[in-house]
Design a protein around this ligand. Structure first.
Ligand code: CFM
Ligand code: HCA
Length: 540
């Protein structure tokens, strides 16, 4: 790989924190580390953002309602709260879906809310919630209705679970369940993912015991079909003869999720948002999980080979090799064309809890170096590897792992691989029930920064002058006004898919267009303007 000379990271780190009050500087210092892939240093992560700092983070409600349940097609997702929480989340995440028939249920484009008013905050909103559930049922007769709590709900004590139970009983043929995902729970979206996983596991997985058809059956976990990513993975799986039982939750259906425990393997794309589901399904049903990555052509090929190795079937192996051989030349032709224009350029990625890692592979394929990267809300295991954290596994009822084992239905608990087989697979280099994290793959002396602040991002851009910065909509125009193109790695700026082989081609082309656009040279960053001498001067 092309190595780019990078400025002294300790000096940069010092610059990032020296304007903070001493206490803040000390705290931020633990979240800003200089990477060493050999001996990965400890990163402070998943801690509360210092009040007053402008963070990229969102809330627990966003993680539960928006992220994990958002892409579900045939659940009526009702937000219990003031209308703003729902309206401002309406179709902002680019999760796509594709019903088989135009008449199939599809509620993705709808925005359901109880539109809580002052009187409900004062006198309680449960009555209104039950009326809303009844109204949704009468209008649509959906298979499932999910309720999401916003901040005021927890503060006034509305019991969304009791209301859901009561309505489920009353309606009879509709699964109704609630989530206590008030925005203030936890320190970011991350708590919402966990709450969502517990709810989906408890109320949906295992509801349908019809055996799934196919020889190689797996679930795709942590893939939300942003910009059509899941469609590309579905295409590849189909070509390889792999059966996708359920997807959590891009392009998913209630029926598939209820049937997910019939699969023989869980492959996890976004470890951060869904590792809980992988663990719970492993304990209750005996299904191992494996971390994969379909972002990047090489990673996609590697992930397919891992799946083939897991199933250990020669025919599958041959078929997967044939698919890789067919897809790779198309990808390589585009790399050959574009790479001379992107080689040696630099990137920074500050995104979510997974993509700041995965997208580094695509940049590497273009010969580009990642100077600095970090997550908004990931935990230490996503940075340093799964082994760094004690295994605290919490089940759908917040019970411990032993209780979950006891609650496992003996009919359904079937270890898909014996201990010896699992060991054998691990010896072959397959990461079963494990994840190496971002830092082992990053260059020595690159900067790893958790929950980067707005101020730190500006400083990083000023000091490193990267060729591209990757983040979200809140950062986009601020960064571009500094003369640096910003690629949104959440929404893909209306582009995508970026997964698999076709996705890689889309990404290379988009990045080429961005980093080689002469327009950026026409913009003067605040510190380049004569009247403002220094960055500080332009901000007083
Ligand atoms: Fe996982 Fe995601 Fe991400 Fe995420 Fe998100 Fe997203 Fe993201 Mo935005 S589930 S952690 S909470 S890969 S919504 S599809 S893009 S921040 S990096
Ligand atoms: C969320 C959703 C988000 C926001 C993206 C952004 C997404 O965290 O609530 O800030 O641009 O991917 O849609 O992460």
């Amino acid at each position: 790989e092309a190595k780019v000379l990078i400025p002294d990271p300790s000096r940069i780190k010092e610059e990032l924190i020296n304007k903070y009050p001493a206490k803040v500087a000390k705290k931020r210092s633990k979240s800003i580390v200089i990477n060493d892939p050999e001996t990965v240093p400890e990163v402070q992560a998943n801690v509360r953002t210092v009040p007053g700092i402008i963070t990229q983070r969102g809330c627990s409600y966003a993680g539960c309602k928006g992220v994990v349940l958002g892409p579900t097609r045939d659940i009526v997702n009702i937000v219990h709260g003031p209308i703003g929480c729902s309206f401002y989340a309406w179709l902002t995440r680019r999760n796509q879906t594709r019903p088989e028939k135009p008449t199939d249920e599809n509620y993705i484009t709808y925005c359901f809310s109880t539109d809580m008013q002052e009187e409900h905050v004062v006198f309680g909103g449960e009555k209104k919630l039950k009326v809303a559930i009844q109204e949704a049922y009468d209008l649509f007769h959906p298979k499932a209705i999910a309720i999401f709590s916003t901040c005021p709900v927890g503060l006034i004590g509305d019991d969304v679970h009791a209301a859901s139970r009561e309505m489920k009983e009353k309606l009879g043929d509709c699964n109704v369940f609630g989530f206590s995902c008030e925005g203030y729970r936890g320190v970011s979206q991350s708590a919402g993912h966990h709450i969502a996983n517990n709810g989906v596991f408890k109320h949906m997985v295992g509801n349908n015991n019809t055996p799934a058809e196919g020889k190689f059956k797996l679930n795709l976990l942590g893939e939300y079909n942003i910009g059509g990513d899941a469609f590309e993975i579905e295409r590849i799986f189909e070509k390889c003869g792999i059966t996708l039982v359920a997807s959590f939750s891009g392009n998913s259906t209630v029926r598939a999720i209820e049937n997910a425990h019939m699969a023989d393997l869980n492959v996890i794309l976004c470890h951060r948002s869904i590792n809980y589901m992988g663990d719970m399904m492993e304990v209750k049903y005996g299904i191992p999980w494996m971390k994969v990555n379909f972002v990047g052509a090489e990673s996609s090929a590697k992930s397919l080979r891992k799946i083939a190795e897991y199933f250990g079937d020669e025919e599958l192996k041959a078929r997967i090799e044939a698919v890789i051989a067919e897809e790779t030349p198309k990808v390589q032709a585009i790399i050959d064309e574009i790479r001379p224009r992107t080689e040696g350029k630099t990137a920074m990625l500050f995104v979510g809890g997974s993509r700041a890692h995965h997208y580094q592979d695509l940049f590497a394929e273009l010969g580009m170096t990642t100077l600095a990267a970090g997550y908004e809300f990931a935990h230490r295991d996503d940075y340093e590897g799964r082994e760094v954290l004690p295994k605290i596994k919490i089940d759908a009822d917040s019970k411990n792992i032993e209780e979950l084992k006891v609650s496992a239905d003996p009919e359904l608990y079937k270890p898909r691989k014996s201990e010896a087989e699992l060991e054998e697979l691990k010896a072959k280099g397959l990461e079963i029930n494990g994840y190496e994290g971002m830092m082992k793959q990053m260059q020595k002396k690159s900067l790893v920064i958790d929950d980067v602040s707005h101020y730190e991002s500006e400083k990083l851009i000023e000091l490193y002058k990267p060729d591209i910065f990757c983040a979200g909509i809140k950062e986009k125009y601020v960064v571009q006004k500094m003369g640096v193109p910003l690629k949104q790695l959440h929404s893909y700026d209306y582009g995508g898919p970026y997964t698999g082989f076709e996705g890689a081609i889309n990404f290379y082309k988009d990045i080429d267009r961005m980093v080689n656009n002469p327009v950026w040279k026409l913009i003067k960053a605040p510190w380049e303007k004569e009247e403002s001498g220094s960055l500080e001067a332009s901000y007083v």
